[in-house]
Design a protein around this ligand. Structure first.
Ligand SMILES: Cc1cc2nc3c(=O)[nH]c(=O)nc-3n(C[C@H](O)[C@H](O)[C@H](O)COP(=O)(O)OP(=O)(O)OC[C@H]3O[C@@H](n4cnc5c(N)ncnc54)[C@H](O)[C@@H]3O)c2cc1C
Length: 407
């Protein structure tokens, strides 16, 4: 759409990725549907998923995220396209005999979560967003400049590359890991590279995954096989996320498809037989990043704009959706009480509720990564013994699994 110079909204969300689009929909659907929202996105139309192939980017959605999508009325649309439930998870150490297995029945659930292709999830959310009368989608439009509230002006002004201006009471920055809004607002981050890259793609195997998600911890990085549901439901399609030290990842990217399948099968101890086919591979550098503050008056960060972490526990989107949920609740509560939602007290409450949890998850991922990267005999012994112990400790296992599922 074309926006006029004085286009005015209650809220402006920048970034129609999984987190930003969900946030816009939650804000528009909450309360009495009184808030009008601008959703600004740099990319052109949302592509409809091509179900003849698998999207190389998938997310492992927790039951908590699934429940959010159910409340927003978009889950059924995802299910009608393609989602892959998994009931079991098996994690093991390449350097020893320690392993842990988790099962949905242990926590009285039908499944531990769903593997959903990014394109499927995003298309389902955007199908509903596009029809919502309270949301104005402005795309393709890239944010160029920003004017946050000051003594002379109470509103936020977002200036697009086209020169047009969008005004609002609060700006939600959901513009991803390299957030331009975060830099424009001078919100610094703590960040460090893991020294690893993740290879993502989908593969075919000779044996069925039996709806189990697998993770093998190699000293060079974790390798995950995530079960995908194919047309014939044979269970032989999986999405892989193979995190490895940079030089090794580069070498694996340079292999032919046949060589890659063979190397991957060996790294996975042929748990699902032979790897017979690999789709196009993508390689993503892994960086841990955390904004020191999640807000400045008039603007809040959510999702990857606030934090990125190692994909080894598949929690990135789930954490971003939790950010969106908490921020939405705070905004709606403030609106009910006629408190301006760009106020520091509102945004500070959001930060307080989300920052510690995100930091805790990031710390845990870093700990896991270091623990399994160590070749020291003592550390290897301890982690294998620890895994075995934990596997036979149902109470603690249940607590861990319920937390990971967001229950
Ligand atoms: C290899 C890998 C595997 C992963 N696996 C999982 C998993 O299993 N489970 C999980 O939960 N997470 C996983 N993640 C993390 C997950 O993919 C991210 O956390 C998630 O995609 C972030 O969503 P987002 O909406 O915050 O950002 P993005 O998806 O990056 O969306 C940002 C949007 O903002 C737009 N934008 C950017 N700049 C501008 C601008 N200036 N103006 C307007 N628009 C702009 C972009 O076009 C984009 O649409 C994984 C990540 C990696 C790297």
């Amino acid at each position: 759409m074309t926006v006029g110079e004085e286009t005015n909204f209650d809220l402006i969300v920048v970034g129609a990725g999984l987190v930003g689009a969900t946030c816009a929909l939650s804000l528009a659907s909450g309360g009495n549907g009184e808030l009008n929202i601008a959703l600004i996105e740099a990319g052109p139309e949302t592509a409809q998923p091509n179900l003849a192939n698998f999207d190389p980017r998938v997310v492992a959605l927790t039951p908590h995220s699934q429940a959010l999508f159910q409340r927003l009325g978009v889950w059924q649309d995802m299910v009608s396209q393609r989602v892959s439930p998994y009931q079991d998870m098996f994690v093991w150490d390449a350097e020893g005999t320690g392993h842990i297995s988790f099962n949905a029945q242990q926590v009285q659930q039908a499944c531990l979560g769903h593997i959903v292709e990014n394109s499927v999830a995003l298309a389902a959310i955007m199908n509903t967003v596009e029809q919502h009368p309270a949301i104005t989608i402005i795309r393709p439009a890239r944010v160029k400049q920003l004017m946050l509230p000051s003594e002379t002006q109470t509103q936020v002004l977002v200036i697009l590359e086209s020169g047009e201006t969008v005004k609002g009471s609060l700006l939600v920055a959901a513009d991803g890991a390299n957030s331009k809004l975060r830099s424009l607002a001078n919100l610094p981050t703590r960040e460090w590279a893991y020294g690893q890259k993740a290879i993502v793609t989908s593969v075919q195997t000779t044996e069925s995954h039996q709806r189990t998600a697998y993770q093998r911890f190699l000293s060079s990085g974790p390798l995950a096989f995530l079960p995908l549901q194919d047309d014939r439901d044979q269970g032989t399609s999986s999405s892989i996320v193979w995190s490895a030290d940079e030089a090794l990842a580069d070498r694996m990217m340079a292999l032919s498809d046949e060589e890659f399948c063979e190397t991957l099968g060996e790294a996975f101890e042929h748990r699902l037989g032979e790897v017979t086919h690999v789709d196009k591979r993508f390689c993503i550098p892994l960086i841990q990043r955390h904004a020191i503050d999640y807000f400045t008056p008039g603007m809040a960060l959510v999702g990857d704009a606030a934090h990125t972490l190692h994909p080894l526990a598949g929690q990135g989107v789930n954490l971003g959706l939790l950010d969106s949920e908490v921020l939405t609740n705070e905004i709606l509560r403030a609106h009910q009480r006629s408190i301006p939602f760009g106020e520091t007290q509102i945004l500070r409450r959001y930060q307080r509720q989300r920052k510690a949890g995100n930091l805790g998850m990031m710390g845990m991922m870093e700990g896991f990564k270091r623990l399994f990267a160590s070749d020291e005999l003592g550390v290897r012994y301890l982690r294998n013994a620890g895994m075995k112990r934990l596997d036979h400790w149902p109470l603690l296992k249940n607590t861990i699994i319920r937390q990971a599922m967001g229950l």
